[in-house]
Design a protein around this ligand. Sequence first.
Ligand code: FJE
Ligand code: FE
Length: 380
Amino acid sequence: MAQKVLAATTRLRPSSSSSSPIYTALARLTKRNSSHRLLSSSSRNTTSKAKSKPILLLLILFLLVVAVVVTVLLFPALAMSSSSASSAVAAGPLENPRAVVKKVLAESQPEGQGATVRRSIGRHELRNLDPFLMLDEFSVSKPAGFPDHPHRGFETVTYMLDGAFTHQDFSGHKGTIRTGDVQWMTAGRGIVHSEMPASDGVQKGLQLWINLSSKDKMIEPRYQELQSKDISRAEKDGVEVRIIAGEAFGVRSPVYTRTPTMYMDFTMQPGSQLHQPIPEGWNAFVYIIEGEGVFGSEKAAPASAHHCLVLGASGDGLSVWNKSGAPLRFALAAGQPLKEPVVQQGPFVMNTRAEIQQAMEDYYYGKNGFEKASQWSSST
Ligand code: FJE
Ligand code: FE
């Protein structure tokens, strides 16, 4: 499965290093140099060989130095990311780290059937952070759970922190995700499923809802499932990262994100610091899972578990310092805003009220993707 996903992403996303302006500039330079060489060899018989050779060599060297200096000055971020891509090192301190512009405590609330979630994105104070619609930290024990319910128009990403959850859907898709596993579900035009605890004790995890653009809302449903052992990870100077989507420390996740998204789980040892680039223009937030840390600016007050920190729009990434005596664990997510109207009615997220009306009708009558809804119910 992971290999299939990897193959698909490789096809869909050409390696960024081969298309980077630095490489293009270098390739052009090499071409120009070789044409110089051609020129010099063809003019060998007519000009003085001994004089032109060292001058040409010097000229080539000079051009190379100029090109490298100009590239680094013009594209410092690119120079940094391409070097980290090859050697898997943490990016150096950011020039302009994003500030924390909002801090929201995710308070517990009842959800599903007897379950409890700490909702941050999606609660009143943090309605939505385009393209993100909801973030729940769930804590669920049997017999509570999230029995049969539909989705349309977005993606749900379930990341298990502890325990196991079994999902079943109306197409016969069934599976169990355990500690560290990820289920990336693209609901598209429609899925009806159940999500229930699969073992005794408390099952914990994060569920993130990512909106789909109007052109993707009615696509075929799709699953991308990653077992904990298959999740890309990297470590550097006391900072460990598990990469659910996107790239960190030069390591990429195989998950394909229809709405461009990065999503990672960082664990920072006491005394460590992190400087993680975030694409310009993307909305970004941090959710603290465990411990406490200083985010955005070294002088900021520390923030603790169950807080969601919204990062400001300007800046080149996230800087974090763990000045405490215990490990700090948090999720970082960032996504390219869709900048489209959002109309949500529970598990249906569309662009207009008419589309919501249509979704409810389709679900009720079993049409346009909900054909299997009426005769299905999950098994126990
Ligand atoms: C849902 C009520 C719900 N947060 N976190 C209404 F409970 C749900 C729902 C979930 C959910 C499921 C998991 Cl596994 C984790 C969650 C809400 O299933 F989708 C709607 N519409
Ligand atoms: Fe669901």
